[in-house]
Design a protein around this ligand. Structure first.
Ligand code: IPE
Ligand code: IPE
Ligand code: MG
Length: 235
């Protein structure tokens, strides 16, 4: 397959199934999240090597705040630990880190770890790793509409286009995902990139996130390579 492989510019992953992975082994949910961190490590390194320009990961949704406090705290601690521990590797591999979401809801400790990672990798020119944290698609569209409405009111003579709207989204400047992968078999978007997923290819696998590693990522890319993206046109 390798010779026909098309590397997407932006691959996005809805990392799902950590809880089920743990349950299958009689472990606490948090063990699944910890093992999921190894999959993040593997996929980041594999994506960078493969020449993917943007790898984005749905790490925590706005809805995930409704989980038990114990799990939310464990997830946030894991995130701070990982982002801090991996920072050296990101810099070494020229990986730029960006975190996107409703950051105001995050604790100061999380926000400071994020700022540190973003600032220290700001000059990196290789792959951009986007972490969606406290993110939801409806939140993004709503905050963008709000900002654009304010600018429209302030400048009634100006024409606003759909392309202008893109620049109000939290993902401004990042190309829309070519490929969206969802692990653990759920066939839904769970309020992820609603606007940006307009023409994304979807790849859903039953594999649980902690079991999704290099080979699984390459299988997804190979499947993507066989897709015919028509964008509504006739080919
Ligand atoms: C994904 O795994 C991690 C997050 C959503 C933060 P889950 O925790 O949703 O695992 P399942 O879906 O319960 O198996
Ligand atoms: C989606 O997974 C969110 C993330 C992967 C961060 P969920 O486990 O929260 O999604 P639902 O609840 O099954 O839709
Ligand atoms: Mg889930």
């Amino acid at each position: 397959m390798e010779e026909n492989r098309i590397i997407p510019a932006h691959v996005s992953i809805i990392m799902d199934g950590n809880g089920r992975w743990a349950k299958q082994r009689g472990l606490e949910r948090v063990s699944g999240h910890k093992e999921g961190r190894e999959s993040v490590r593997a996929c980041v390194s594999c994506a960078a090597k493969a020449g993917i320009k943007y790898l984005s990961l749905f790490a925590f949704s706005e809805e995930n705040w409704k989980r038990p406090l114990k799990e939310v705290t464990a997830l946030m601690n894991l995130l701070v630990e990982s982002i801090t521990a991996e920072l050296g590797t990101f810099i070494e591999n020229n990986i730029r880190v960006r975190v996107i979401g409703n950051i105001a809801r995050l604790s100061p400790v999380v926000r400071s770890a994020i700022s540190k990672a973003e600032e220290n990798t700001a000059a990196c020119t290789g792959m951009t790793l986007v972490i969606f944290l406290s993110y939801s698609g409806k939140w993004d569209i709503f905050q963008a509409a709000r900002k654009m409405a304010a600018d429209m009111a302030a400048d009634p003579g100006r024409e606003f286009t759909m392309e202008d709207f893109d620049n109000y989204l939290a993902t401004a400047g990042i190309p829309d995902p070519d490929l969206i992968i969802r692990t653990s078999g759920e066939q839904r978007i769970s309020n992820y990139l609603l606007w940006q997923a307009a023409y994304s290819e979807f790849y859903i696998t039953d594999i649980l996130w902690p079991d999704f590693r290099e080979k699984e990522l390459m299988d997804a890319i190979d499947e993507y390579s066989r897709r015919d993206r028509r964008y509504g046109k006739v080919k």
